[in-house]
Design a protein around this ligand. Structure first.
Ligand code: TYD
Ligand code: MG
Length: 389
C-alpha cells in the first residue's frame, strides 16, 4: 500500500473507570492491545487490577480475571473489600495457558487480566513455570489471542529487587504498553507510570494511596504531600517539581548539625545522594558556607516521593541553608530551579505549570529562574531574598 493511502483513524479505546489509570493510558484500554503491569511483589498490582476489572465490568463490558497465584475465593474476598463484586466480572483460578485460551471462547471477554504471567504454564513445553521460555511462550499465545479477538489484555509481571522484570523483561517488546506500579511499601503512596505506550504518551503519572478498602485515587497529590507541613520551621522548603508531566508541590526538609566524625554523615531520602553532594559543594565553595564541610547533613523529600529531576535543586540547597542558619523560609514561598556548579540558578521545563500549581495551592511567592515572580540569578541571591544568613 502506498503510504498516502494508509488510514490514520485513531485507535478506539474504552475507559476503565479508574480515572488515574485512564489518565496514564491516555483514555483507557485499546481492544486488541496488550499491557504489561510490572511491580514488586506486594506493591498492589492485584488490587489495582481487580479495581480496574470491576470498573470495566461496571461499564457493561465482559471481563475475565485469571488468577494463577491465588484461589478464586481469595479473589472474591478481596473483591468484597474493594467493592468489586459486580456482574460481568468472571474469575477463574487457572495456571494452564491452553485452558485459559479455551475459556476465552466460553466467556468471550472484552478484557482479560492474567495475574501473573510468571505463574502461567504451557505444560507441553516441559520447562519450569516462571522460566524465560515459559513466560515468553505463554505471553506470545495470549498476545496472538488478543490480536485475533480484538480483546484488551493485561498481564501482571513481578519485578525483582534490582528493577528488572524477571522473565517479563523479555516481553517488553511484544506488548503495546508497559506500566510500572511503584512506591514505598511502608508508606501508602503508589505511582503508576507508563514506560512504553504505543497508543499514547508516556508522560502521565497516576497517584494512588493504599488504604484498607484498596487503592484510593489521589487527584490532588500536592495537597496530600503538604497536609502535615509545619510552616515557620527552619529547614523546610516547598519545591515545585514534575512527576512525569504533572506539576507537584513537595516539601523538602534538611537537618544540619556539627559532626563529631572526620567524615560527616550525609543522608538523602527521596533525593539523589550524588546531587546532594554537588549542592553541598556549591553551598560551601560558592556561597562560602564553610562550616558545612564539618556538619552532618540529612535531607528528605516528604511523603515517600522520589525527586529525580534537577528542578528540585534550589529547594534542596535552600532547605540546607535554612537549617544551617535556623531561619525559616516564609510559609507562602515555593521554589524551583536547577543549580549549576557556579551557583547559578537555571531554567527548567514547564515553569508555567509549576507556577500555576503553586498559585492554585495558595502560595503567593515563587522563587526561581527568570520567568518566575521572584527571579534569582544565583543561589546566593535566593538566600539573600529569603534572609537565610
Ligand atoms: P496485592 O495487590 O496483593 O499486591 P501484588 O499483587 O502487587 O503482589 O496487595 C499487596 C498489599 O496491599 C497486601 O500486603 C495488603 C495490602 N492491601 C491493603 O492495604 N488494602 C487492601 O484493600 C488490599 C486489597 C491490600
Ligand atoms: Mg498479586
Amino acid at each position: 500500500m502506498s503510504i498516502t493511502e494508509v488510514s490514520v483513524e485513531a485507535t478506539p479505546s474504552f475507559a476503565v473507570g479508574v480515572s488515574e489509570v485512564d489518565r496514564v493510558l491516555g483514555g483507557g484500554l485499546v481492544p486488541g492491545g496488550v499491557t504489561l503491569l510490572g511491580g514488586e511483589p506486594g506493591i498492589g498490582k492485584s488490587t489495582l487490577l481487580l479495581q480496574v476489572a470491576a470498573g470495566v465490568a461496571s461499564g457493561g463490558r465482559r471481563v475475565l480475571y485469571v488468577t494463577a497465584e491465588e484461589s478464586a475465593a481469595q479473589v472474591r474476598l478481596r473483591a468484597e473489600r474493594l467493592g468489586a463484586v459486580v456482574e460481568g466480572l468472571w474469575v477463574v483460578a487457572e495456571t494452564s495457558v491452553s485452558r485459559v485460551i479455551e475459556l476465552l471462547d466460553e466467556v468471550n471477554p472484552d478484557l482479560v487480566v492474567v495475574d501473573s504471567v510468571q505463574a502461567l504454564v504451557a505444560p507441553e513445553l516441559g520447562s519450569a513455570p516462571g522460566s524465560v521460555a515459559q513466560v515468553r511462550e505463554c505471553a506470545f499465545r495470549l498476545v496472538t489471542e488478543a490480536r485475533s479477538r480484538q480483546m484488551a489484555t493485561v498481564l501482571v509481571g513481578h519485578v525483582t529487587k534490582d528493577g528488572s522484570l524477571a522473565g517479563p523483561r523479555v516481553l517488553e517488546h511484544v506488548v503495546d504498553t508497559v506500566l510500572s506500579f511503584e512506591g514505598d511499601r511502608h508508606g501508602g503512596l503508589r505511582l503508576l507510570r507508563a514506560s512504553k505506550h504505543r497508543f499514547g504518551s508516556t508522560a502521565e503519572v497516576g497517584v494512588f494511596e493504599m488504604r484498607e478498602q484498596g487503592l484510593r485515587m489521589v487527584p490532588d497529590p500536592s495537597g496530600m504531600f503538604l497536609a502535615d507541613r509545619r510552616p515557620g520551621v527552619s529547614g523546610s522548603v516547598v519545591a515545585a517539581v514534575l512527576e512525569g508531566r504533572r506539576p507537584l508541590l513537595v516539601e523538602v526538609q534538611a537537618l544540619v548539625g556539627a559532626s563529631n566524625s572526620p567524615s560527616p554523615r550525609r543522608t538523602a531520602q527521596g533525593l539523589d545522594t550524588g546531587r546532594l553532594a554537588l549542592l553541598l559543594a556549591v553551598l560551601e565553595r560558592r556561597v562560602k558556607l564553610g562550616q558545612l564541610g564539618s556538619s552532618d547533613v540529612h535531607t528528605l523529600a516528604v511523603g515517600g516521593v522520589r525527586l529525580g529531576e534537577p528542578g528540585a535543586d534550589l529547594a534542596v540547597a535552600l532547605a540546607v541553608a535554612s537549617a544551617l542558619s535556623d531561619v525559616p523560609v516564609p510559609p507562602h514561598v515555593v521554589v524551583f530551579g536547577e543549580v549549576g556548579l557556579t551557583g547559578e540558578v537555571r531554567q527548567v521545563g514547564r515553569a508555567d505549570e509549576r507556577i500555576a500549581e503553586a498559585h492554585r495551592l495558595g502560595f503567593t511567592t515563587v522563587v526561581g529562574p527568570a520567568g518566575t515572580g521572584t527571579p534569582v540569578g544565583t543561589l546566593a541571591e535566593a538566600m539573600d531574598i529569603l534572609g537565610l544568613h
